[in-house]
Structure formats: C-alpha cells, structure tokens
Design a protein around this ligand. Structure first.
Ligand SMILES: [Zn+2]
Length: 80
C-alpha cells in the first residue's frame, strides 16, 4: 500500500496490472491559506502552504486495485 508520494527517484507501479501512469489518489491535506478579500467581499486564496499531507488511498485506474500499488525506482533514462 503506497502511503507516500513518489519522490524524484521512484514512482508508483501497480503490482496487479503493471500500470505506471494513472492512479486515483485520496489525500488529506492541512494547509494555511492567505485569503485576500476585496472590498466587495470577494475572497481569493493568494498563498497556500501545505502543513501536513497524508496519502490515504491510492487506487489503480486500470484494474481498480487498492492495495496493489508499490514504489519502484524510475528508469535511469527518465532521471536526466
Ligand atoms: Zn492495476
């Protein structure tokens, strides 16, 4: 079960079907936002800082596998 996002040197892979590219990710994100409202009351988020992030579930888009995602190394060619 993938519980972290892939870093610069690895990526997700579905062990059931081999999918490397398409996943549904459910994540909980705790953020601090700088909200800037104009005088009419219309508010916009101008800055967003992620304080904490938890990957809750990664699902394979191809086969629907839920506990089939693993982290594998990226191919060397993709690192350049
Ligand atoms: Zn799959």
């Amino acid at each position: 079960m993938a519980s972290v996002l892939p870093g610069e040197e690895d990526r997700w892979r579905c062990t059931a079907c081999g999918n490397l590219t398409r996943f549904d990710v459910v994540r909980t994100t705790r953020t601090r936002e700088y909200v800037h409202a104009d005088l009419s009351g219309e508010a916009r988020v101008e800055e967003r800082e992620v304080l904490a992030e938890t990957i809750e579930q990664v699902t394979c888009r191809w086969c629907g596998g839920v506990n089939t995602i693993e982290l594998v190394a990226r191919p060397a060619a993709a690192q350049g």
